[in-house]
Design a protein around this ligand. Structure first.
Ligand code: THU
Length: 134
């Protein structure tokens, strides 16, 4: 699957976003090592703090389906349907991804000029890991 297709899947997933409070629709598409694909959208809550981002929705769906080896994730968010500005994964989602993904894991983002590729380690150079629990 190309990065462009991955971004298109993320945009498609954002259509299911439940975001009556922020009105900001986010979609994520997580590509597994075996080429299977899991998508997610943000699901907001009246309590606000119970909101789940699109990235974690996709990640937890994949893990619940028995997948825990991943190649890359695409994220696309928009308040107006244009996806003109990059949506950066939040710190909680980066930490959640870091449980399963190495620093080289690719994060594929989009804005009006096209596709941007980052590594997980560029966003979160020092994740909290199981090593800290010793
Ligand atoms: N959101 C995501 O789903 N992913 C991100 O990477 C950033 C933020 C959601 C959470 C909330 O529903 C809305 O965007 C506004 O913060």
């Amino acid at each position: 699957m190309t990065d462009k297709e991955l971004i298109e899947s993320a945009k498609e997933a954002s259509k299911c976003s439940y975001s009556p409070y922020s009105k900001f629709k986010v979609g994520a598409a997580l590509l597994c090592d075996d080429e299977s694909l899991f998508t997610g959208c943000n699901v907001e809550n009246a309590s606000y703090s119970a909101t789940c981002c699109a990235e974690r929705t996709a990640l937890f769906s994949a893990v619940a389906a028995g997948k825990c080896h991943f190649k890359k994730i695409a994220v696309a968010g928009s308040g107006d349907g244009t996806f003109a500005i990059i949506t950066q994964p939040c710190g909680v989602c980066l930490q959640a991804l870091s449980e399963f993904c190495s620093g080289d894991f690719q994060v594929v983002l989009t804005d009006r000029s096209g596709i941007r590729r980052m590594k997980l380690s560029e966003f979160l150079p020092y994740p909290f890991t199981k090593d800290e629990l010793r």
